[in-house]
Design a protein around this ligand. Structure first.
Ligand code: ASP
Length: 438
């Protein structure tokens, strides 16, 4: 029997109106059997997420400033949702217990996880569905890393005999029973783990956008939505900043071959974006899937005569980077030259030391530093084995008078990464988009 797992993000459950939308989405398709809620997010731009208010409560207690006022705001948000939904559920005993535990110095993980916990209880009541506390099915090792095998076993065991269940996102338990959370945005991971345990046909991730767009709408007006994207393409784009999902979401479902469908709770008819394991074989050749980019890179260009025949050169260079705790984005090379492309963030206060070390240990003929670089990745399985793709891309840039400072194409041919001056960033993305899409 086909099963869908649906995770709803904070904005999808920010108020009673949003809860009603979630309810109709769930009831509209009886294969949606398991639901993972986040805590209520922002109702409007100036609003504060419940999780942030809970972090504040914990900080206030640490600094010995009363947290009661903040806790009252939290209670009111939940009570308002209940009232507007017309539910008679009494949350007082939950509130009292949580308040008592905070006062008694409960861990930060416990405190901030209560948003998901309470939201799960409300959603289960609204739907008339069962509720499983995530602490009974999501397990961590004592060192805080996820215990995937045990989690899978517990989830399978608990869910095999139960359908229509709410499982709060974002947290689980350590072996001693204490609450442990994932990093921020971690309800995505809970959903992925549930989807994998029940061998879902699809993992629906409901949010406030209708999937991914081909590029940043702040740069290109009304970019086309991406209907289907592979996990690999998404990785290539997300490292450039186009991230919609928690990074660790993909792995559990990727392994199990379960597609992720990003959907919009506010426009549920939109098909959203389907993230799949493999390229769609009928993807039109010559097409790109998306364009993403990031500013603030520096290129350190090194030249040395007969660099290639100095077999210890690379080892020395990589050791210098390691010792200085710097990771690089790209390392394009020529016969006697090599460039290290790093984010400015990585280089912060380390540039002088790095240059010094390279000069001393690698004995180059020349080192030059070029700041203000922006990288742009053009990504798509449809580009592979298609002659003319690069020509199209570079012609589009040349026509706009944009100078390309670096080129890197992975051997899989699913991405072409170029480096341009920061000032050319927006016009380069627009030129590439227009060349392939319009
Ligand atoms: N509520 C948590 C956060 O704000 C977890 C989540 O939404 O996935 O990060």
């Amino acid at each position: 029997m086909s099963i869908k797992v649906a995770k709803f993000g904070g904005t999808s459950l920010a108020d009673a109106g949003q809860f009603q939308k979630v309810k109709s989405i769930l009831l509209e398709d009886s294969t949606r059997k398991y639901v993972i809620p986040s805590a209520p997010g922002k109702c409007h731009r100036e609003d504060t997420k419940i999780t942030d208010l809970l972090y504040l409560c914990h900080a206030q207690l640490q600094h010995k400033v009363g947290f009661q006022h903040t806790f009252t705001i939290i209670k009111e948000r939940f009570l308002n949702i209940l009232k507007e939904l017309g539910l008679s559920l009494n949350l007082n005993t939950y509130f009292e217990e949580i308040e008592k535990n905070i006062e008694a110095g409960a861990s930060i993980d416990y405190v901030v996880s209560r948003g998901e916990y309470l939201n799960g209880i409300i959603l289960a009541e609204l739907l008339g569905w069962g509720f499983i506390d995530a602490k009974d099915v999501i397990y961590f090792y004592p060192n805080g890393s996820l215990h995937i095998e045990l989690t899978e076993e517990k989830l399978k065991h608990s869910l095999s005999s139960r359908k229509n269940v709410v499982i709060p996102g974002f947290y689980g338990a350590l072996p001693n029973g204490e609450i442990k959370i994932f990093s921020r945005g971690g309800s995505d991971i809970t959903g992925a783990l549930v989807a994998r345990a029940v061998s879902a046909e699809v993992y629906e991730n409901w949010t406030d956008v209708s999937g991914l767009l081909m590029t940043d709408p702040r740069i290109v007006q009304d970019p086309k939505p991406i209907e289907t994207i592979t996990y690999r393409e998404l990785r290539e784009l997300s490292y450039m900043g186009a991230s919609v999902l928690h990074e660790d979401t993909i792995f559990p479902v990727l392994q199990a071959g379960i597609p992720i469908n990003i959907r919009n709770t506010n426009t549920p008819k939109d098909p959203g974006t389907m993230i799949v394991s493999f390229a769609n074989p009928i993807a039109p050749q010559g097409n790109i899937t998306g364009i993403a980019g990031k500013k603030n890179f520096t290129v350190i260009a090194i030249e040395k005569n007969r660099m290639k025949s100095d077999i210890s050169f690379m080892r020395k260079l990589l050791t210098i980077l390691e010792v200085n705790n710097i990771y690089f984005e790209h390392l394009p090379s020529g016969i006697d030259s090599l460039s290290i492309v790093v984010t400015d963030e990585q280089l912060e206060n380390k540039l002088d030391q790095l240059i010094n070390d390279i000069e001393l240990q690698c004995d180059p003929d020349l080192i030059e530093v070029y700041p203000n670089m922006a990288l742009i990745a053009t990504v798509g399985h449809g580009m592979a084995y298609t002659p003319g793709i690069s020509a199209k891309l570079f012609t589009a840039l040349a026509d706009k008078g944009i100078n390309i400072r670096m080129i890197d194409q992975g051997s899989s041919e699913i991405n072409i990464i170029i480096g341009v001056e920061t000032d050319d960033f927006e016009s380069a993305i627009t030129a590439i988009y227009n060349a392939f899409v319009n």
